[in-house]
Design a protein around this ligand. Structure first.
Ligand code: UT7
Length: 309
């Protein structure tokens, strides 16, 4: 078996909703500007007592319960993140402990910025194949509210906190991927030890609308499909305008694109997982559907996979 199938997903977001009007009380911005330029209305930020590990754990428990599997059969745990509670130990090790997963599991964090979930799918697939594991647990979790300069309106209105998890199994069903990196330090970064998110917004926008359609074209071609064969497109939720531009370039209707940016903002490595989970919950994505998942971001990274659900 060379592919993976997403068996079930789960998600968790902090209780506190921060509206565009709330952001306008902190920086010189407006509901109108944020909605028009990004499509965002609300994002969630952690409050005292909530943290990254808690969100990741909640999302993972929901996914495992829905997958209805024996958790002792999980052999790989990857948490995709750039904002975990600790540099070390990894969030993945904390999840192994909190969920009481078996001890001969391989568990680590993967940092690929907003491309994290797609890099994670490809990495967990390779490890599961190499180690002949039945199930893997992939989590995208971010608490970016702790990494934001609350005086920089160019970034602080954009990002939100949240976690999404997927239980995956090795499968012979359709799975094709295209992954890439064009190493870049400046486009988006968070400097150590205590830096905030810095982003060249326009540069990132241009990169996304130029690169993503080519990545989608390649992965669809490699899968032996056409754009019309894809039932749903699940894109990284960075900006509604980016998603609309991509839809236009690949000549596909917006109702085939899962969009939930208005409710969560940009949750980086959690974003495609949150979108997938909502689409499952709403009964939009169903078993047998061919789904294209695509993300892009920091490091000038990109990735897309086509999977059959
Ligand atoms: O997840 C990783 C990938 N990230 C992305 O894909 C993000 C890609 N970039 C974007 O989504 C957009 O570039 C942004 C939403 C970040 C910015 O939108 P834009 O249409 O590119 O705006 P801009 O940066 O060109 O700024 C236009 C104006 C500027 O004012 P002046 O110079 O024209 O007077 C900014 O200072 O908007 C101003 N501005 C704001 N105004 C009100 C920037 N941020 C804000 C704000 N509220 N929050």
């Amino acid at each position: 078996m060379t592919g993976i199938r997403i068996l079930a997903t789960g998600k968790a977001v902090p209780k506190r909703e921060v509206t565009n009007d709330d952001m306008a009380k902190i920086v010189d911005t407006s509901d109108e500007w944020i909605k028009q330029r990004t499509g965002m209305s609300v994002r969630h930020h952690v409050s005292d007592g909530e943290n990254h590990t808690m969100l990741a754990e909640q999302a993972a428990r929901a996914a495992i319960e829905r997958a209805n599997i024996n958790k002792d059969d999980i052999g790989v745990v990857i948490v995709c993140t750039v904002s975990a509670d600790y540099y070390s130990p990894s969030a993945a090790c904390l999840i192994q402990g909190r969920l009481g997963l078996k001890k001969d599991v391989i568990a680590f964090d993967l940092g690929a910025g907003c491309s994290g979930f797609v890099f994670g799918l490809e990495t967990i697939r390779a490890l599961m194949m190499a180690r002949k594991e039945k199930y893997g647990l992939l989590i995208g979790a971010e608490v970016l509210s702790k990494k934001m300069d609350m005086t920089d309106r160019g970034t602080c209105v954009l990002f939100g906190d949240g976690a999404a998890a997927a239980v995956v199994e090795l499968s012979d069903k359709l799975y094709t991927s295209v992954i890439g990196v064009d190493g870049d330090e400046e486009m988006i970064n968070i400097k150590t030890p205590n830096g905030y998110i810095h982003m060249d917004g326009q540069g990132t926008y241009k990169f996304a609308v130029a690169t993503v359609p080519k990545v989608i074209e390649q992965v669809v071609k490699d899968a032996g499909l056409t754009y019309d064969d894809i039932d749903y497109y699940v894109m990284h939720q960075a900006n509604l305008r980016i998603i609309e531009s991509i839809a236009k370039k690949v000549k596909q209707p917006m109702d085939k694109f899962i969009v939930n940016i208005e409710k969560y903002g940009n949750t980086s490595a959690a974003s495609v997982g949150l979108a997938l989970d909502e689409a499952f919950e709403e009964g939009r994505i169903k078993p047998g559907d061919k789904v294209l998942i695509c993300a892009f971001g920091a490091g000038r990274t990109w990735g897309a996979v086509v999977v059959e659900m």
